[in-house]
Design a protein. Structure first.
Length: 122
């Protein structure tokens, strides 16, 4: 018989829900969701991961690494920048991108570590 992964009766812990619900509602859920949406794109995740492996990369290097045109890489990098995940600097005619801060690096590394653990359980 298949195990059911839902509650079979309704039983709400009023103390927990009263304490947690306002915190969830006031959290910056919409902004955090945008971050995860940005990283849910395979090309952007490849770019972000590459930027955890190198401190900074020029747009041409990023395009080469992820197998995209410079226009496509630039589009994805601008999107990451608009969400505060990446930053850039110009040096002559080259644009170099890096991750905005260590939190972004940690988020990506944790996601990869988690996936390796999940894969190890299968």
């Amino acid at each position: 018989m298949k195990e059911r992964d839902v509650c079979e009766i309704t039983c709400v812990d009023q103390d927990k829900t009263t304490r947690v619900q306002p915190l969830v509602e006031k959290g910056n859920i919409v902004e955090v969701t945008k971050i995860f949406k940005a990283l849910s794109d395979e090309t952007r995740m490849k770019i972000a991961y590459a930027l955890t492996l190198e401190d900074e990369l020029c747009v041409c290097d990023v395009a080469n690494i992820v197998g995209a045109t410079t226009a496509t890489a630039s589009h994805h990098l601008r999107h990451l920048k608009s969400l505060g995940l990446a930053k850039y600097r110009k040096e002559g005619k080259l644009a170099y991108y890096s991750l905005d801060d260590n939190h972004v690096k940690q988020l990506i590394h944790i996601a990869f570590e988690h996936q390796e653990e999940v894969a190890g359980r299968e």
